[in-house]
Design a binder for this molecule. Structure first.
Ligand SMILES: Nc1nc2c(c(=O)[nH]1)N[C@H]1C(S)=C(S)[C@@H](COP(=O)(O)O)O[C@H]1N2
Ligand SMILES: [Mo]
Length: 239
């Protein structure tokens, strides 16, 4: 049951293989039974998180390019817009110029995938999510934020408290230039304190909701709260 054959591709366009899902169901039961070795099982069973049906090539700078779908439409930054709606006072969309007109936040952080690869000191810039939320006004009933990728498959979510952190960005720049298509441009999410799977690529829509709706990988067994070093079976000593 832990022996998930990740190279067994589903037909093109199907985001996840049945075998992965079955593997995950097995993981749930096994994880409860064995407790401490959950982390090992997570890495054995799920090591290809983010790339089960796409070739993973080591990219410049140590990044891998991950996508759960075979092809993602390219968006021209001149026409690309992200929508912000749900439990907000002024739902609207933002083009790149609208985002550039909001306060800009820069930060440099290590980027870490739950499978273990890490890229040190990645420089990001964009709009801190709390600033974007302030621009639309969050309703008092709001508790969470949901993110949708224009790849048609990937989703993520944060609690409202997490979404108000200043180290969560709608990133428009990476390493001093625009976010490339392969890295999720024109706009991607960056959730700096969490594992890479929270940092949704090809961001197309943001919806403020009354509860957390688990995202793509969480429905397949990963932790919703994905703090680096303190989730997914890891309990690293504080540094
Ligand atoms: N839309 C989308 N976003 C995604 C993923 C994905 O497959 N699709 N993979 C996630 C995972 S598991 C990681 S580690 C990072 C990888 O970012 P990169 O492809 O820019 O290296 O993107 C995250 N965001
Ligand atoms: Mo990842």
């Amino acid at each position: 049951m832990d022996d998930v054959d990740v190279d067994d591709r589903e037909p093109s366009g199907t985001p996840v293989g049945r075998r992965i899902v079955l593997g995950m169901l097995g993981l749930g039961a096994a994880g409860v039974a064995v407790g401490a070795s959950l982390q090992d099982r997570v890495s054995e069973t799920l090591s290809p998180i983010g790339a089960p049906f796409q070739d993973v090539l080591p990219a410049a700078g140590g990044f891998r390019y991950y996508s759960v779908v075979d092809e993602v439409p390219r968006r021209d930054p001149r026409s690309h817009r992200i929508t912000v709606g749900g439990l907000v006072e002024r739902p609207r969309s933002f083009g790149m110029a609208d985002l550039a007109a909001l306060p800009q936040t820069r930060l440099t952080r290590d980027f870490q995938c739950v499978t273990g690869w890490r890229v040190r000191d990645v420089a990001w810039a964009g709009v801190a999510l709390p600033d974007l939320l302030d621009a639309v006004g969050v309703s008092p009933r709001a508790r969470a934020v949901r993110f949708e990728s224009f790849d048609g498959a990937y989703t993520e979510s944060l609690t409202l408290e997490q979404a108000r952190r200043r180290d969560v960005l709608v990133a428009t720049q990476m390493q001093g230039g625009p976010v490339s298509h392969d890295h999720g441009g024109p706009t991607r999410l960056l959730v700096a304190p969490m594992y890479g799977y929270k940092s949704l690529k090809w961001l197309g829509g943001i919806e403020v909701t009354d509860r957390v709706i688990p995202g793509y990988w969480e429905r397949r067994g990963y932790d919703v709260d994905a703090w680096v070093g303190r989730s997914n079976g890891r309990d690293d000593a504080p540094t």
